[in-house]
Design a protein. Sequence first.
Length: 507
Amino acid sequence: MLAKVLSAGVLGVEAFTVAVEVDVALGLPAYNLVGLPTNAVKEGGVRVRAALAHSGFALPPRRITVNMAPADVRKDGAAYDLPVAIGILAALEQLPHAALDGLILLGELSLDGTLRRVAGGLPVAIHARAIGARGLVMPKECASEAAAVSDLPVYAASTLPEVAAFLRGEIELPRASLVERPAQPDASAVDLAEVRGLETARRALEVAAAGAHNILFIGPPGSGKSMLARRLSTVLPPLDEREAIETTSIYSAAGKLDGASLLETRPFRAPHHDVSVAGLVGGGPVPRPGEISLAHHGVLFLDELPEFKRPALEALRQPLEDRRVTIVRAKAAITYPASFSLVGALNPCPCGYRGSPLRACTCSTDTVRRYLARLSGPLLDRIDLHLEVPHVDYRALRADRDGESSSAVRERVTAAQAIQRRRMRGQERYANASLGPRALMKHCALDAAADRHLEACVKRFGLSGRAVHRILRVARTIADLAGRERLASSDVAEAIALRALDRPVAA
């Protein structure tokens, strides 16, 4: 007999339908699986046989053939165990075929028939709703992430026998419910009010958040660079529904949701400087989203930036411009979203104490220049703000008065972003950091004093055209925070002051 069960696979963060066709025929006992499966899918045959036997289902000696269509798309993962097992039971006439119509199944089987969590539940649910499926059956451990999709029944099952009884109409499986958890569990435990004595750095964070600008902190060890970076996400507006769905889909495809439905807060990712190119931008033998995609609509913090491998830093250039990354393989090209705010941090010199009043620097000027040269030039050109972070004075550190809270700064950031959204008439990339040359000419008009100031700085520091555009974008954000339509000379001056690496290293 022949049976057909619908399942789904995930390619990048997009799901696609997989039709699992099962034929059980007389002949020597055998299990044949076709349809471009990976080893993980092929090994599922062993799990399926054991799960059926330990769940009390009679499996007579037959020749079993399983086809997974479309045959030209590689299938990976253990999520096909459940549809294969249900297909075998339906082909043996132990389950009604009509009950399978329009139902999508996915789940990994343990040897005793228990269902285990699988990755990609949310993208599959979005796809199931798009094709008009009447329901989705998946493991209870991860069903809550699919429950974020409205107008789609998501049934949470614990074992193979439960699914079989549900298809026979003997029981009702429980519907999955939403479980909300933050992307970064400790994100709410930090606040900008805790930052003391670094007023310029606080201001730079506000500007970076308001215009979606990338920022680089330069300072000696212990000056507060990491502390500042971890508070950027706290001054960003909360995720809206679209952003939450996009970000959660990436975490779902990567299997990193841990039972949550929708992420509440913006993600904060801080990979170690030894991270590989694939770990940072995505890829691998079986492509997976990298740290830049896991930071989508959030913050990517790269501490000790010169210590990162140069190929990894070079790989960031294209995602910083395009807000997405494409992984090309022989049979497919996978695109992951990667719209993130980059925060970098580095010491001012190899010993870390250049310019510090606490300890003498032992580095020569040439050593400092070689150290800073480790930064990729094209990558540095894509960072809008470079800020020196000095050691905080003891009295300022011990002061009882807290600084302005993250919530207060967030209100100004939200208002500035609303101005940018109206200015760009609802375009998806409305932030000032994304303004192109034509938009800069239209929205960044300078008065005579500001134009002369910028021209003098270009000649003095040898600024590139890209650096000039970065300055104008930052100045536009500063004006938006102040509620000004036209750029003032003070806006340009502050934007230039927030680009420390444009100035040459002093002897």
